[in-house]
Design a protein around this ligand. Structure first.
Ligand SMILES: C[S@@+](CC[C@H](N)C(=O)[O-])C[C@H]1O[C@@H](n2cnc3c(N)ncnc32)[C@H](O)[C@@H]1O
Length: 192
């Protein structure tokens, strides 16, 4: 069991174990949510970020994850969740979409397969899933909707910011923290 900011969740051995990145994103989301916004968490994993939001705000949050064990774990932790690949099967619009993506630069040889690899593997430059997500996300955001995206220096924070700007978002670094091997940041990108 993991306890964090009034939330208590169970985890699963085939689902990403909540880590510094999960907690940084959860804290950034708490300080960004103002009222009863409609939120979607992509790549919800165990459901830790969504559970923290549910325990501390009036926001309505649901999750989606490509790993069926993650969608199940999130549901067992009290959050509506479905299995799906990024936003492909999402029909509605949201005030905020949050994502702690797989971002580790991973070559073909380093790829191990399995759901824990899927949770980490960002392709050769670390941005394979991030880039796909950014290209799809605008369609699912309401007017003035926001993306909260966790990014790492390992996959290039400046490159992600540039892509967001090119897609027409206004961006702000919400929080940033230095860890042993990387700097993690949460970018808030507002649809203009
Ligand atoms: C770094 S983990 C984050 C998990 C959780 N949100 C957290 O912060 O602890 C990334 C998550 O994204 C999911 N994921 C990877 N590729 C995905 C895709 N194409 N569509 C949906 N989810 C995906 C993984 O299964 C994993 O649960």
């Amino acid at each position: 069991m993991i306890h964090y900011r009034n939330a208590v969740i169970k985890t699963d051995s085939s689902v990403y174990e909540p880590s510094e990145d999960s907690f940084l994103l959860a804290d950034a989301a708490l300080s960004e949510i103002k009222d009863s916004e409609r939120l979607l968490e992509v790549g919800c994993g165990s459901g830790i970020v969504a559970a923290v939001i549910k325990a501390n705000t009036n926001a309505k949050i649901a999750g989606i994850d490509i790993n069926p064990d993650a969608a199940k774990c999130t549901k067992e932790n009290g959050i509506d969740a479905i299995r799906g690949d990024l936003l492909g099967c999402i029909k509605g619009k949201f005030d905020m979409i949050i994502f702690n993506p797989p971002y580790l630069p991973t070559s073909e040889e380093e790829r191990t397969g399995g759901w824990l690899n899927t949770a980490l593997d960002g392709g050769c430059d670390g941005r394979r899933i991030i880039d796909r997500f950014l290209e799809e996300a605008g369609r699912c955001l309401d007017v003035k909707g926001k993306l909260l995206l966790l990014v790492s220096s390992l996959s290039g924070i400046e490159e992600v910011k540039s892509k967001m700007e090119a897609l027409g978002y206004t961006i702000e670094i919400k929080s940033q923290e230095r860890f042993m091997f990387e700097t993690l940041a949460v970018i808030v990108a507002t649809k203009t």
